[in-house]
Design a protein around this ligand. Structure first.
Ligand SMILES: Nc1ncnc2c1ncn2[C@@H]1O[C@H](COP(=O)(O)OP(=O)(O)OP(=O)(O)O)[C@@H](O)[C@H]1O
Length: 316
């Protein structure tokens, strides 16, 4: 029996659009139908076939190409309660890595370790090592404000400043002293809006309030704001969950374009979205990284039983 990942119960409630006629894509390519194991293609999936999960640190199926972020034995505690356990994960550059897993498994917590956003949560403690280009981001010499410009973040709900469209994009380059003239700023704003696929829609109203844009436009504006400071990494925490299917499709196209220039890590509840936009996938469960690998492999041939259960909608 064959089944498709985007039929999972996850997608009935998740952020991604569920279209029964939709064909899953990955990086513009059509994904074949999902089978629980290549070896068992055409046979009934048997959960007993999947390997049981050990509690050992997982760094498997290493990515090809340069690693942008290397996490080693990362644990996170909130008020002493452990939320993330010894996560080790290599995140390649110029690639979209999807973090998937059931609610509360630690996806957002792990995402926040990569730009030290957990530092802003009272009572949160991070242990282990996270290196970006071999540099420990938790080292005392690293300024978290500068780090967050290098590692931008896009949240679930679009959060533009209550200022003009122009000012939203110009804000970062201004506070980081990246431009020296008005003409240069105009150029930075235009380029960022173009890269975020928003320029055509707002070119004639740059001085209008960002709050007047639609939800999807606001999310692209927030992406433009992140891009304007020349980040190396863009973290996205369920960026489409507040958007309708058309706006979601637009953001997914944008993510596919942006990966040529940036390292992108996206948290998503939608299996279809993970399959469409990512090349690498990491599956988390109860604070642990269970399995990681190429997206196609994770969805077609998961090695761990819990991964299989999750991507086939047996739990979520
Ligand atoms: N600011 C916080 N203070 C205390 N506990 C937190 C905080 N943020 C997260 N947690 C706890 O850490 C665990 C992991 O939460 P996290 O939000 O990272 O999971 P998630 O997989 O992103 O969930 P969801 O998919 O529902 O967003 C949960 O038990 C959650 O309650």
């Amino acid at each position: 029996m064959k089944f498709r990942i985007f039929r999972s119960a996850e997608d009935q409630t998740g952020a991604g659009p569920v279209d029964p006629t939709e064909t899953p894509r990955m990086g513009g390519q059509v994904l074949p139908e999902v089978t629980p194991s290549k070896a068992r293609a055409g046979a009934e999936p048997r959960l007993e076939d999947a390997t049981p999960v050990s509690n050992a640190t997982v760094v498997d199926s290493p990515p090809v190409g340069p690693i942008k972020i290397a996490a080693r034995d990362v644990s996170v505690f909130y008020e002493g309660k452990q939320a993330l356990y010894d996560v080790s994960l290599d995140i390649p550059d110029k690639t979209v890595t999807a973090l998937i897993g059931p609610s509360g498994c630690g996806k957002s917590t792990f995402l926040r370790t990569m730009n030290r956003m957990n530092d802003t949560i009272a009572g949160a403690k991070v242990t282990g090592r996270i290196a970006m280009d071999d540099e420990d981001i938790n080292d005392r010499s690293i300024d978290p404000v500068l780090l967050r410009a290098r590692v931008g973040m896009v949240f679930q709900r679009p959060n533009p400043f209550p200022k003009s469209i122009y000012e939203n994009v110009a804000y970062g380059p201004k506070i980081h002293g990246l431009v020296s003239s008005k003409a240069e700023m105009d150029d930075v704003v235009e380029k960022a809006l173009k890269r975020a696929g928003l320029w055509e829609e707002v070119a004639d109203r740059l001085q209008s309030s960002a709050m007047g844009l639609s939800g999807g436009q606001q999310q692209r504006l927030v992406i433009a704001r992140a891009i304007a400071v020349n980040p190396e990494v863009i973290l996205m925490d369920e960026p489409c969950s507040a958007l309708d299917p058309i706006a979601t499709a637009r953001i997914e196209e944008l993510i596919d374009e942006l990966r040529e220039r940036f390292c992108i890590v996206i948290v998503t509840h939608s299996m279809a979205q993970a399959a469409r936009v990512s090349q690498r996938t990491a599956f988390f469960h109860m604070g642990r990284l269970v399995e990681t690998g190429d997206t196609e492999d994770i969805f077609q041939n998961p090695r761990e039983r819990r991964t299989l259960d999750y991507i086939t909608g047996r739990f979520g």
